[in-house]
Ligand binder design. Structure first.
Ligand code: AKG
Ligand code: FE2
Length: 304
């Protein structure tokens, strides 16, 4: 055996996870005997809960800001987007293909172009479209006003498990290639999407609950308080079988994350992404965009 082969074999045995750099999961934390990440970076001080009925983030019960709230635009949650039968069938079909190890204890399957976001380069070769089992869910998405004209050119399936300590660190999704709406279908178990924002300045809070998203609250007469933006985390409860759409501020200003403690059973998430303006008709890369779209909607895909 060559030295190279020996190294590869050892690292394969050692590395049962896909973590690199600062990312960790339960498997490599045990092997490397390192602290779990939440001991290194403390949780946000002020917790707010997203309310689907009002579209506001409301201070967690029992906390300093209980009863106080601020508008949190850009979130659409569609409950029961798929049935339990459809969910079971989708996951059965996903499980027929191999899952690749990914960072922070996740596993993944990707249907889309190969992309180097840092260099802003992409390769179409190898992409055969979204999988056939997504044809119906993508058709259904287009029936909702907030997803009118939604044509995804990528589907990324992620598999989370409590045994691996799966999570995803706070991040913003790319905005060079991917468009305005980020759409994720949440399968097998409920979870919580945690939103945070490392921006200077504060958020103006009003008394909760406002009775509806369109109510105008006169700030001259209603009491207000403020809270440092960087100290806030907004929890969006995401039910099993629901579809979560992030746009606007929730897409571009607030990072999203799934904490390890919010994975209590196997969870599979399928995220669908559309093209940015640059790749749409009239954009600089419209020809490439058109090609991607044609391939994508053939629904003949295998994971790339
Ligand atoms: O698991 C999720 O719901 C989020 C996944 C995500 O943020 C991503 O793949 O960029
Ligand atoms: Fe993301």
């Amino acid at each position: 055996m060559t030295a190279e082969a020996a190294t590869a074999e050892t690292s394969e045995v050692f590395q049962e996870c896909g973590c690199k750099g600062i990312r960790t999961c339960l498997i490599c934390e045990r092997q490397r005997q390192v602290d779990p990440p939440w001991q290194l970076s403390p949780q946000k001080t002020h917790r707010f809960l997203y309310c689907v009925d009002t579209g506001w983030a409301v201070g967690a019960e029992g906390s300093d800001f209980a009863g106080w709230a601020f508008p949190f635009p850009g979130v659409t949650l569609i409950a029961d987007f798929v049935t339990r039968e459809e969910e079971a069938e989708m996951v059965r079909l996903m499980d027929r293909d191999p899952w690749k190890l990914s960072q922070s204890g996740r596993r993944k399957q990707d249907y889309g172009p190969r992309v180097n976001f840092r260099k802003q380069k992409l390769k179409v070769a190898g992409f055969q479209g979204l999988p056939s089992f997504s044809r119906e869910v993508v058709r259904r998405m287009g029936l909702y006003p907030s997803l009118e004209g939604f044509q995804p050119v990528e589907q990324c399936n992620l598999d989370y498990s409590p045994e691996r300590g799966s999570a995803i660190d706070p991040h913003l999704d790319d905005a060079w290639l991917w468009g305005e709406r980020l759409v994720s279908l949440n399968l097998l178990s409920p979870t919580v999407m945690s939103m945070s924002r490392e921006a200077p300045g504060s958020l103006r809070l009003r008394l909760a609950p406002p009775t509806g998203p369109k109510d105008s609250v006169d700030s001259e007469v209603t009491p207000t308080r403020s809270v440092l933006c960087q100290d806030v985390e907004v929890a969006i409860p995401v039910p099993r079988c629901s579809l979560l759409v992030l746009t606007g501020a929730a897409r571009h200003q607030w990072t999203h994350a799934i904490h390890r403690r919010h994975i209590t059973a196997r969870r599979v998430c399928a995220t669908f992404r559309e093209l940015s303006a640059e790749f749409q008709p009239g954009g600089r890369q419209q020809d490439l965009g058109r090609e991607l779209l044609q391939i994508s909607c053939s629904f003949q895909g295998r994971p790339v």
